[in-house]
Design a protein around this ligand. Structure first.
Ligand code: IPE
Ligand code: IPE
Ligand code: MG
Length: 258
């Protein structure tokens, strides 16, 4: 039983909140989260933005640990976008240092919890030390069979599709791919997410109702939840409520359900 399952909230609402998606398979298999609001959370407390990022990083563990309890097999989190380089040098450097520290600190715990970690995004602009830590974490958790945690770092949906298109074009040029054979199954094979299912539910915290270049291709038919909670205040209980709410949605994919 996970930590979430031991909480009071779980005891009170176990059957309707947590167990239901597990029992009847109506829960989302893949949840993607745009973890937004760290800066405002810090500003509200009269603290520098990086204070909010540190508080935000601490919430990740709780949500990852809750995944098995709520039947979420894939969790993808947006940590840094291709647009976030526009921030001050101090904030960007602080975030990169936070990522390095977070990975170094969490690697063992993630492996011990059977969490398989992958990174998506363009590594080219990241520093060598960080890339090494990312590679190590992926390698160390390679055999893990529990939750699949994907961390989007220097990720942008347009950038991902652009990089994928470049590789696809190269394969055509090299004679490995016939342009006439390109269909909707082809491009996803070139995306960073090629081993992942599409997200069923995309959550954005902090009250902003936009997707900010996250998983553009993959989320074409995702359900969306835009919630007001700032990311550092997000809890496993709120996560469970969102999972439960998803179960009540009617996904039609353009068709008509009986
Ligand atoms: C999300 O929080 C974290 C990153 C984008 C790295 P923000 O830093 O965007 O927080 P707000 O939106 O300014 O409150
Ligand atoms: C999206 O949040 C990126 C991450 C959560 C990492 P932003 O705060 O960067 O998005 P905008 O600028 O409000 O669209
Ligand atoms: Mg933001």
């Amino acid at each position: 039983m996970g930590r979430l399952a031991q909480t009071k909230c779980f005891e009170q609402t176990k059957d309707d909140v947590m167990a239901k998606p597990l029992r009847d398979g109506t829960g989302p298999r893949h949840v993607a989260i745009i973890m937004d609001g760290n800066g405002r959370w810090a500003t509200n407390r009269g603290r520098p933005r990086l204070f909010g990022h540190h508080a935000g990083a601490k919430r990740v563990r709780e949500v990852v640990e809750a995944c098995p309890d709520v039947g979420v097999k894939y969790l993808t989190i947006f940590a840094f976008s291709t647009e976030n380089w526009k921030r001050t040098q101090v904030e960007v450097a602080g975030l990169m240092s936070l990522f390095r520290r977070y990975i170094a600190k969490e690697t063992r715990a993630l492996r011990d919890r059977n969490v398989r970690v992958r990174f998506i995004g363009d590594r080219v602009r990241l520093d060598a030390k960080l890339i090494q830590l990312m590679d190590d974490l992926e390698k160390i958790t390679e055999e893990c069979t529990g939750t699949n945690l994907t961390i989007a770092l220097n990720y942008g949906g347009r950038d991902e599709v652009t990089r994928a298109t470049r590789r696809l074009a190269q394969d055509v040029y090299d004679g490995k791919l016939d342009p006439a054979s390109v269909d909707e199954e082809t491009l996803p094979k070139y995306l960073d997410t090629h081993v992942l299912p599409d997200p069923d539910l995309v959550v954005r915290t902090s009250g902003e109702a936009r997707i900010s270049n996250f998983l553009l291709w993959q989320s074409a038919y995702a359900e969306y939840e835009f919630i007001d909670t700032l990311w550092p205040d997000f809890t496993a209980e709120e996560f469970a409520r969102l999972i439960n709410g998803y179960g009540a949605r009617d996904r039609r994919f353009g068709g008509v359900n009986a």
